[in-house]
Write a protein that binds this ligand. Structure first.
Ligand SMILES: [Zn+2]
Length: 676
């Protein structure tokens, strides 16, 4: 193969990878590589395209910004509007030297003096606000730079963004102001703790949490996310200001949130000083920053410098390398999770990293430990990657001493002693003793009480205590707890005991499908549990079902059928279920839920979109209780689209195209003759 051919293939490969990561990053808010890795990939592509300009195409990711707009396929929810002025991203570099080249280009283009505005680069998601007559009229995401998603209703839920500007403070009749919506570390940690409790995938970092939150379909949920905003770019048709810094200072007077950390400096050397200062100081900020933005401050000079296809020529970003810390690893714990997976966790000499004190870091699995060639007493590099618990990315072998010991991965479960197993295609070792291994048993209670199952208001620490004291051993024991027992727990007063008992009592109303999910039968997820409950009606029918009958159920495959047969084949499980039944839990579908169930929607595939007077989950359950089937995306098989307030524009359009009947929430209630 010629060099040229190889370059062409490399270019195509890089483009594919970059587009994929762009989608993970902007649309799914779930990146699987670091920013640094992404930027390096983009840099490789730019170098190759420069060398082989014949392979440059207009749709190359080097020529357009990554889009946060969801495709039709995923059922886009927000209406889209064009940006009045294109919303570009910034050129960036990890190299101070390149800042001097940036400055040289500016110097060449002007005779006059100029200054720079230096600003922290808040690590969030870009937003463009339009104010008309002092009132917030629209908020758009960056989108693809030309068209953005309309997230106005969600943005109104962010307390620091005023819906009205201060009266008579001299703002132009109509203007745009752009900035960043971000999530401070504290709100981020709270959100991820909540997600872990609910057994949902936590957000990889505060930026993804911010962009994911901004695109929630229910504005009320946005209000609970603790988002903040900082604005940094003012645009209007006839700009009354001469300096960018002046415009921002005025915006602050009008009541808009701006960064208190921005500084105007006289030359690039001072900008570099600013960078050096914040490269260390940012570690004590309560929010994430990923670099410094340097902008030409004179608006006339900005205008004459103009734009490339992707970036303004008058601004650039210096990005900080991912923050890492070096510390000593003094021991390794092998933790057994709820599913039996064994994860090695390193105990470290405490070290400060990205605003928090780090004492533990994950080593993922045995292969990872081998690859790093890690020893106890080694000095290791710790980084905050995607996960909440930081990871170890390297070992400083020059610091290795004679007392370094190579760790041995245990052959037996550290919790119960059972020999560990490893499936061929799994990176992790598992403890197969799911019925008697303490962490797996405790995990069963955590799963059973989780929000998507029985929704019992109990924390992990309480479950651990109850288990240690021997009060709970099987799931049904939860319902045998009383005040006396609960009051023996640490920090448990009458009130918390009564609250827990009330929550357990309330959980008895949980419908059969969720109870079934709560049992934690292997492979039985939330949706499968629902289908099984619907098809078999009660636990006896399900327990007595043949393999064929099971396989005949929606979402049930071979693995799942075997797992069910295995579960119900054990007399112990049948006994546990009988016990819970006698405590009053639902092991059968309720007939006629509060007299409203019907078959009026029987056989109908229904999609819902928009905001309703009741939570979406409630509406979906209502549809099911009337025989309808909830589907998530529109297709030729869809019968009805129920459109709430502010329903996604694209879904409405698509329904019209496909000839799908669109009805309102009220019309749905008319058809069923009932309300949830
Ligand atoms: Zn075990």
């Amino acid at each position: 193969m010629t060099n040229k051919q190889a370059a062409k293939e490399k270019i195509e490969d890089l483009r594919k990878q970059i587009e994929l990561h762009n989608r993970n990053y902007y649309v799914l808010s779930n990146p699987d590589i670091t920013d640094f890795e992404f930027d390096m990939m983009m840099n490789d592509l730019m170098v190759l395209e420069k060398k082989y300009p014949e392979f440059v195409t207009p749709d190359s990711p080097t020529r357009h910004v990554g889009s946060d707009i969801e495709g039709e396929k995923s059922g886009a929810f927000f209406k889209q509007f064009p940006h009045k002025y294109p919303m570009l991203s910034l050129g960036n570099t990890y190299d101070i030297g390149e800042l001097y080249s940036f400055d040289e280009k500016i110097a060449k283009s002007t005779e006059g003096n100029y200054t720079y505005s230096c600003e922290l680069k808040f690590d969030g998601t870009a937003i463009c606000l339009t104010y008309v007559d002092g009132t917030l009229s629209r908020a758009l995401t960056r989108g693809d730079g030309l068209v953005g998603d309309d997230v106005t209703e969600n943005v109104k839920m962010i307390p620091s963004i005023p819906q009205r500007l201060k009266k008579n403070s001299g703002y132009p009749r109509e203007f745009e102001i752009r900035g960043e919506i971000y999530m401070p570390y504290k709100a981020f940690d709270n959100l991820n703790r909540q997600k872990e409790r609910d057994e949902e995938q936590p957000f990889a970092n505060p930026r993804n949490a911010a962009s994911g939150s901004l695109k929630l379909q229910d504005p009320r949920q946005v209000a609970e996310r603790g988002l903040e905003c900082t604005l940094y770019h003012f645009i209007t048709d006839r700009n009354p200001f001469g300096l960018h810094s002046e415009a921002i200072a005025n915006a602050a007077e009008w009541g808009l949130p701006v960064s208190p950390y921005a500084r105007t400096v006289n030359g690039i050397a001072d900008a570099v000083e600013y960078i050096k200062y914040w490269d260390t100081q940012r570690k004590s900020l309560p929010f994430a920053t990923d670099g410094i933005v340097i902008k030409v401050n004179e608006l006339a000079l900005q205008k004459s410098l103009g734009f490339t296809a992707k970036f303004p020529r008058w601004a650039t970003a210096y990005k900080f390398k991912p923050e890492s810390a070096l510390t000593r690893l003094y021991s390794i714990d092998y933790q057994v999770g709820r599913t039996g997976a064994v994860t090695p966790v390193a105990n470290l000499d405490p070290v400060q990293l990205s605003g928090t004190m780090v004492k533990r870091a994950t080593l993922h699995n045995a292969d990872q430990m081998d690859q790093l060639d890690i020893h106890i007493n080694d000095y290791v590099y710790v980084e905050k990657g995607g996960e909440i618990i930081p990871k170890i990315t390297g070992v400083d072998k020059s610091k290795r001493t004679a007392n370094a010991v190579k760790p041995v991965f245990p052959k037996n479960c550290p919790a119960c002693g059972t020999p560990l197993v490893r499936d061929e295609d799994e990176a992790k070792y598992f403890c197969p003793n799911s019925d008697n291994c303490p962490p797996q048993r405790k995990g069963k209670f955590i799963h059973f009480c989780s929000r998507k199952a029985m929704n019992v208001n109990i924390g992990e620490a309480t479950i651990n205590q109850l288990y240690e004291k021997g009060y709970i051993s099987e799931l049904g024991d939860l319902y045998k707890l009383n005040r006396e027992k609960l009051l023996t727990l640490d920090k448990f007063k009458e009130k918390s005991a009564d609250n827990l008992l009330a929550s357990l009592e309330e959980s008895k109303k949980t419908p059969f499908g969720k109870v079934l999910f709560g049992l934690g039968i292997r492979f039985v997820g939330e949706t499968t549990a629902k289908s099984l409950a619907k098809k078999f009606g009660n636990i006896n029918n399900l327990a007595g079902a043949t393999r064929e009958e099971l396989l005949d159920t929606e979402d049930v495959g071979e693995k799942l059928a075997d797992s069910l047969l295995n579960y119900f084949g054990m007399s112990k499980h049948r006994r546990i279920i009988e016990e819970m039944k006698s405590e009053g839990l639902n092991f059968a579908n309720e007939v006629n839920i509060s007299g409203t169930a019907s078959e009026k929607l029987k056989g109908k595939n229904i999609v819902i979109t928009g905001i309703f007077s009741v939570p979406r989950e409630t509406l979906k359950e209502f549809i099911e209780s009337h025989g309808g089937k909830n589907v998530s995306s529109l297709s030729g098989k869809t019968d009805l689209l129920v459109a709430g307030e502010k329903g996604g524009g694209s879904k409405l359009k698509k329904s019209e195209k496909l000839g799908i009947k669109i009805i309102s929430e009220e019309e749905l209630y008319k058809i069923t003759g009932a309300r949830p």
